[in-house]
Write a protein that binds this ligand. Structure first.
Ligand code: HPA
Length: 288
């Protein structure tokens, strides 16, 4: 199948092709940023968005200004692209991401990732707030690999040939060299960085204790509702990927407390200063 054929949404209606939609978004953003070409695309997770306010900003584009762009509806997610520089490194930052649980197709959920690639980004730096299976609240986990089997693949639909092949390899989604550079940076700036496997659920519900037990048996160290689908699409598109989870809580069943979004946000807020330090230094190290 070629990517310029109309594809059908979940409701069976013929809708704009994924390629046409992406091209329209690209033209719209390109018109606002001119020749600025980001090298690194950074996605900021729940409660971590403030980092984008502290960089040398060149331009901002609200998602609402981009024709056809899926808008984030989640509290704590601002919903804009911030273009600018972290030190000398040109970056595009998603201050707020798009989640599958908001009701978008997977194709729309990862549209921003493909858009940032099309705008020039070669490296994708993913961050999120996650539930800890092997780690506790306040710890940081460098993502070494992922389990995305519990959500539909973000590559379902006509293959977007301009990005990658129909059946892409996934043997090293999270780039080894980037991981090594970030581990080294973390130790230099005095931030303890654990490592582990991230599993994505569809959300929006948190997991049951039995599900968390299952994820542990399957080899997952942290669980969340984003990231893996984005990494998958970016790997398809040939980007180099790295990711850090900020553990906001013990996953359900591992502590006695029922979980709330409020608790996740507060924990992410509390981790934000260390997290920002780590992200800033890591961008310096990998953007050289
Ligand atoms: N589960 C899923 N997603 C999350 C969690 C969790 O416990 N905490 C933060 N995001």
């Amino acid at each position: 199948m070629r990517s310029n054929l109309p594809y059908r949404g979940y409701n069976g209606r013929s809708i704009m092709t994924a390629t046409a939609k992406l091209d329209a978004c690209y033209e719209s953003v390109k018109g606002k940023i001119g020749e600025f070409a980001p090298k690194i695309a950074l996605v900021l997770g729940s409660g971590l968005g403030a980092f984008a306010d502290e960089i040398d900003i060149v331009a901002t584009v609200d998602y609402g200004e981009i024709e056809g762009f899926p808008k984030s509806t989640v509290e704590g997610h601002k919903g804009r692209f911030v273009f600018g520089r972290v030190g000398d490194v040109p970056v595009v930052i998603m201050q707020g991401r798009v989640h599958f649980y908001e009701g978008y197709s997977m194709q729309d959920t990862v549209l921003p990732i493909r858009l940032m690639k099309k705008l020039g980004a070669q490296i994708l730096f993913l961050t999120n707030a996650a539930g800890g299976i092997s780690y506790g609240a306040g710890e940081f986990m460098l993502i070494t690999d992922q389990i995305s089997t519990f959500v539909p693949s973000s590559l379902i639909g006509a293959n977007m040939d301009e990005f990658g092949v129909r059946f892409p390899d996934m043997s090293e989604i999270y780039d080894r060299d980037l991981r090594e550079a970030i581990l080294k940076t973390a130790s230099e700036v005095g931030v303890e960085l654990k490592q582990g496997v991230y599993v994505q659920t569809s959300g929006p519900n948190f997991e049951s204790p039995a599900e968390v037990k299952m994820f542990k048996i399957l080899g997952a160290d942290a669980v969340g509702m984003s990231t893996a689908c984005e990494a998958l699409a970016a790997n398809h598109a040939g980007m180099r990927i790295c990711g850090i989870s900020c553990i906001a809580n013990l996953a359900c069943g591992l502590s006695d407390n029922p979980l709330t979004h409020q608790e996740v946000m507060e924990a992410a807020d509390a981790s934000a200063p260390m997290f920002k330090k780590l992200i800033r230094a890591s961008i310096g190290a990998i953007g050289r």
